[in-house]
Design a protein around this ligand. Structure first.
Ligand SMILES: O=P(O)(O)OC[C@H]1O[C@](O)(COP(=O)(O)O)[C@@H](O)[C@@H]1O
Length: 320
């Protein structure tokens, strides 16, 4: 992939964030998601590449755009890439006006992203210091101890982040018994996974089960950041089990970083819609609006934080 794609794709997440932020706090999650999807699609088609959506809004018959298999980009030359999108990660967050919603995408050379089906995935994410020391097959306590040792802190200072869901009660009990701390989130486990790799967030490890598509996107980010992400698909019925089988995935198999995103050429971009530990959300300032994004590339390990100031007068059509 060409390095210029790194800067191109951040325009896509910026546009999606600007569009969906218009719906912040209005209680309308579908509308916020549609706005992000429409803007993302329009901007993708300005980029000199030939992309195919491998993780998107659903199959063609259930999603009008950014569906799996949709082709994007100018398609007149340029690299052939796999695209994973979550136009609005945290639809409820935007509807409720709370923290942690992002617009997010990942791209990689064709064939390099796991085409994860829309089912649950058990996830474990850590930053670079703990890479190689945690193991999804080990107990929660052992992983917390490993992170404490890697970061040279007491286990009582280790902060785990996880979705606030009844299905996580066993993990919660074990974290409490180990004496570590929990930061619960209502939604948005891509943002949570990334936060483990940035010291300033104060978050050390992410546990729990969330969406598999979000897991692949998180894995790209952790690969760029030198962290680790391990996972396991959790099919809920026979149809989902069959889907895993068709993909050649044994449901007991651990999916390591290299299984989720192959090779070292992958790019991740996210723009905050609402505030989070890492990025400030979109702010409308009358004549202009501000965006805050992070974009990173696995091949070089470069991580860029980008503040955008977008004129509303000279606005691209997605600001309307
Ligand atoms: O709400 P569930 O079923 O526990 O699913 C968890 C998944 O939903 C999210 O919280 C938000 O997803 P949406 O943006 O599609 O609403 C993800 O971050 C997470 O992976």
């Amino acid at each position: 992939m060409e390095r210029s794609l790194t800067m191109e794709v951040v325009r896509v997440t910026e546009a999606a964030a600007i569009a969906s932020a218009k719906w912040m706090g209005l209680g309308l999650k579908e509308e916020a998601d549609d706005a992000a999807t429409t803007a993302m699609r329009a901007l993708f088609d300005t980029i000199p590449m030939h992309g195919t959506v491998v993780i998107g809004e659903g199959e063609m018959d259930e999603a009008p755009m950014l569906y799996i298999g949709e082709e994007l980009g100018l398609r007149n030359g340029g690299p052939s890439v796999d695209i994973a999108v979550d136009p609005l990660e945290g639809t409820n967050i935007v509807a409720k006006g709370t923290n942690g919603a992002i617009t997010v995408l990942a791209i990689a050379d064709r064939g390099n992203l796991l085409n994860a089906p829309d089912m649950y995935m058990e996830k474990l994410a850590v930053g670079p210091e703990s890479k190689g020391l945690v193991d999804i097959d080990k107990s929660v306590t052992e992983n917390l101890q490993a992170v404490a040792k890697a970061k040279n802190k007491d286990i009582s200072d280790v902060v785990a982040i996880l979705l606030d869901r009844p299905r996580h009660q066993k993990i919660v009990d074990e974290i409490r018994a180990a004496g570590a701390r929990i930061k619960f989130i209502q939604d948005g486990d891509v943002n949570a996974a990334i936060s483990t790799a940035f010291d300033e967030t104060g978050i050390d490890i992410m546990f729990g089960t969330g969406g598999a598509p979000e897991g692949v996107i998180s894995a790209v980010a952790l690969k760029c950041l030198g962290g680790d992400f391990q996972a396991r698909l959790i099919p809920e019925d026979e149809a989902q089990e069959l889907r895993c089988e068709k993909m050649g995935i044994d449901v007991n198999q651990v999916l390591y970083l290299e299984d989720l995103v192959k090779g070292d050429d992958a790019i991740f971009a996210a723009t905050a819609v609402t505030d989070s530990e890492l990025l400030r959300g979109v702010q409308y300032k009358g004549e202009y609006c501000l965006t805050h994004s992070v974009v990173m590339r696995a091949k070089t390990g470069t991580v860029r934080f980008i503040e955008g100031r977008h004129s509303i007068e000279k606005k691209p059509r997605y600001v309307k």
